[in-house]
Design a protein around this ligand. Sequence first.
Ligand code: PNS
Length: 157
Amino acid sequence: MKVAIYPGSFDPITNGHLDIIRRALSIFDRLVVAVADNSNKKHLFSVKERMDMIRKATESLPVDVDSFDGLLVDYLKKKDVHTIVRSLRANSDFESEFQMAVVNRELDKDIESVFLMTDKEYFYLSSSAVKEVARHGGDVSHWVHDSVREKLREIFR
Ligand code: PNS
Protein backbone atom coordinates (compact mmCIF):
# COMPACT_ATOMS: atom_id res chain seq x y z
CA MET A 1 0.00 0.00 0.00
CA LYS A 2 1.54 3.29 -1.13
CA VAL A 3 0.96 6.03 1.43
CA ALA A 4 2.11 9.65 1.38
CA ILE A 5 1.75 12.62 3.69
CA TYR A 6 0.50 15.97 2.46
CA PRO A 7 1.48 18.50 5.14
CA GLY A 8 0.50 22.14 5.31
CA SER A 9 -1.20 24.93 7.20
CA PHE A 10 -4.54 24.51 5.39
CA ASP A 11 -5.86 27.76 6.90
CA PRO A 12 -8.32 27.01 5.36
CA ILE A 13 -8.23 24.17 2.80
CA THR A 14 -8.99 25.49 -0.72
CA ASN A 15 -10.06 23.85 -3.99
CA GLY A 16 -6.38 24.11 -5.00
CA HIS A 17 -5.45 21.82 -2.09
CA LEU A 18 -8.32 19.49 -3.05
CA ASP A 19 -7.03 19.36 -6.61
CA ILE A 20 -3.62 18.26 -5.27
CA ILE A 21 -5.26 15.67 -2.98
CA ARG A 22 -7.09 14.14 -5.97
CA ARG A 23 -3.94 14.14 -8.08
CA ALA A 24 -1.94 12.53 -5.26
CA LEU A 25 -4.58 9.82 -4.94
CA SER A 26 -3.99 8.85 -8.56
CA ILE A 27 -0.44 7.91 -7.50
CA PHE A 28 -0.85 6.83 -3.87
CA ASP A 29 -3.41 4.42 -2.37
CA ARG A 30 -3.88 6.54 0.71
CA LEU A 31 -3.02 10.08 1.69
CA VAL A 32 -2.56 11.55 5.16
CA VAL A 33 -3.42 15.25 5.14
CA ALA A 34 -1.46 16.60 8.09
CA VAL A 35 -2.22 20.03 9.56
CA ALA A 36 0.86 21.71 11.02
CA ASP A 37 0.31 22.91 14.55
CA ASN A 38 2.84 25.62 14.00
CA SER A 39 2.49 28.12 16.82
CA ASN A 40 4.87 30.72 15.32
CA LYS A 41 2.42 31.41 12.48
CA LYS A 42 -0.77 33.33 13.05
CA HIS A 43 -3.76 31.31 11.86
CA LEU A 44 -7.39 32.27 11.42
CA PHE A 45 -8.67 28.80 12.31
CA SER A 46 -7.66 26.44 15.12
CA VAL A 47 -6.05 23.11 14.24
CA LYS A 48 -9.31 21.38 15.13
CA GLU A 49 -11.36 23.67 12.88
CA ARG A 50 -8.89 23.19 10.01
CA MET A 51 -9.05 19.41 10.45
CA ASP A 52 -12.87 19.43 10.56
CA MET A 53 -13.04 21.42 7.31
CA ILE A 54 -10.58 19.01 5.61
CA ARG A 55 -12.63 16.01 6.82
CA LYS A 56 -15.82 17.47 5.38
CA ALA A 57 -14.18 18.39 2.07
CA THR A 58 -12.53 14.96 1.62
CA GLU A 59 -15.39 12.82 2.96
CA SER A 60 -15.58 10.48 -0.02
CA LEU A 61 -11.81 10.10 -0.53
CA PRO A 62 -9.25 7.63 0.93
CA VAL A 63 -7.77 10.34 3.11
CA ASP A 64 -6.78 10.41 6.80
CA VAL A 65 -6.76 13.78 8.49
CA ASP A 66 -4.23 14.34 11.24
CA SER A 67 -2.11 17.08 12.84
CA PHE A 68 1.50 17.32 13.89
CA ASP A 69 3.84 19.63 15.71
CA GLY A 70 7.61 19.73 15.67
CA LEU A 71 9.61 18.57 12.70
CA LEU A 72 7.82 17.09 9.73
CA VAL A 73 10.50 14.41 9.31
CA ASP A 74 9.88 13.21 12.89
CA TYR A 75 6.17 12.96 12.15
CA LEU A 76 6.88 10.91 9.01
CA LYS A 77 9.14 8.61 11.00
CA LYS A 78 6.43 8.14 13.63
CA LYS A 79 3.89 7.26 10.91
CA ASP A 80 6.44 5.08 9.06
CA VAL A 81 5.80 7.01 5.82
CA HIS A 82 8.61 8.08 3.48
CA THR A 83 6.96 10.40 0.98
CA ILE A 84 5.91 14.03 1.31
CA VAL A 85 3.49 15.52 -1.21
CA ARG A 86 3.66 19.27 -1.82
CA SER A 87 2.12 21.45 -4.48
CA LEU A 88 3.66 23.88 -6.92
CA ARG A 89 1.72 26.82 -8.26
CA ALA A 90 3.46 29.76 -9.88
CA ASN A 91 7.25 30.23 -10.05
CA SER A 92 7.30 31.88 -6.65
CA ASP A 93 6.64 28.55 -4.88
CA PHE A 94 9.72 26.89 -6.29
CA GLU A 95 12.44 28.45 -4.17
CA SER A 96 10.83 27.90 -0.77
CA GLU A 97 9.67 24.39 -1.71
CA PHE A 98 13.11 23.46 -3.00
CA GLN A 99 14.68 24.72 0.23
CA MET A 100 12.19 22.81 2.39
CA ALA A 101 12.73 19.59 0.44
CA VAL A 102 16.51 19.87 0.74
CA VAL A 103 16.32 20.59 4.48
CA ASN A 104 14.02 17.61 5.00
CA ARG A 105 16.37 15.40 2.98
CA GLU A 106 19.33 16.60 5.07
CA LEU A 107 17.39 15.71 8.20
CA ASP A 108 16.37 12.29 6.91
CA LYS A 109 17.87 10.86 3.73
CA ASP A 110 15.12 8.24 3.42
CA ILE A 111 12.44 10.85 2.84
CA GLU A 112 11.46 11.86 -0.67
CA SER A 113 9.41 14.93 -1.59
CA VAL A 114 7.06 14.72 -4.55
CA PHE A 115 5.74 17.89 -6.18
CA LEU A 116 2.44 18.05 -7.99
CA MET A 117 1.31 20.97 -10.09
CA THR A 118 -2.10 22.41 -9.48
CA ASP A 119 -4.56 22.82 -12.30
CA LYS A 120 -4.03 26.18 -14.05
CA GLU A 121 -7.38 27.25 -12.63
CA TYR A 122 -5.77 27.37 -9.16
CA PHE A 123 -2.39 28.84 -10.05
CA TYR A 124 -3.23 32.13 -8.35
CA LEU A 125 -5.25 30.66 -5.48
CA SER A 126 -4.03 30.71 -1.89
CA SER A 127 -5.62 30.42 1.55
CA SER A 128 -4.51 34.02 2.21
CA ALA A 129 -6.34 35.31 -0.88
CA VAL A 130 -9.47 33.39 0.12
CA LYS A 131 -9.37 34.90 3.62
CA GLU A 132 -8.79 38.40 2.27
CA VAL A 133 -11.74 38.18 -0.14
CA ALA A 134 -14.02 36.60 2.50
CA ARG A 135 -13.02 39.23 5.08
CA HIS A 136 -14.35 41.94 2.74
CA GLY A 137 -17.55 40.08 1.97
CA GLY A 138 -16.52 38.78 -1.48
CA ASP A 139 -17.77 35.52 -2.98
CA VAL A 140 -15.33 32.63 -2.44
CA SER A 141 -17.67 29.83 -3.47
CA HIS A 142 -15.60 28.94 -6.58
CA TRP A 143 -12.47 28.53 -4.48
CA VAL A 144 -13.51 26.53 -1.42
CA HIS A 145 -15.76 23.66 -0.33
CA ASP A 146 -19.22 24.68 0.98
CA SER A 147 -18.29 23.86 4.59
CA VAL A 148 -15.29 26.23 4.38
CA ARG A 149 -17.42 28.98 2.85
CA GLU A 150 -19.90 28.62 5.73
CA LYS A 151 -17.11 28.75 8.31
CA LEU A 152 -15.66 31.89 6.70
CA ARG A 153 -19.09 33.47 6.64
CA GLU A 154 -19.53 32.73 10.38
CA ILE A 155 -16.17 34.20 11.28
CA PHE A 156 -16.49 37.39 9.22
CA ARG A 157 -20.18 37.96 9.93
O1 PNS B 1 1.05 25.27 3.99
P1 PNS B 1 2.41 25.71 4.40
O2 PNS B 1 2.33 26.79 5.45
O3 PNS B 1 3.25 26.13 3.22
O4 PNS B 1 3.15 24.44 5.05
C1 PNS B 1 4.47 24.50 5.51
C2 PNS B 1 4.80 23.28 6.42
C3 PNS B 1 3.84 23.25 7.59
C4 PNS B 1 4.67 22.01 5.63
C5 PNS B 1 6.27 23.46 6.91
O5 PNS B 1 6.42 24.70 7.49
C6 PNS B 1 6.67 22.37 7.89
O6 PNS B 1 6.94 21.26 7.51
N1 PNS B 1 6.72 22.71 9.20
C7 PNS B 1 7.12 21.80 10.25
C8 PNS B 1 8.51 22.16 10.79
C9 PNS B 1 9.61 21.55 9.94
O7 PNS B 1 9.72 20.35 9.83
N2 PNS B 1 10.45 22.40 9.33
C10 PNS B 1 11.57 21.91 8.54
C11 PNS B 1 11.33 22.06 7.04
S1 PNS B 1 11.86 23.66 6.50
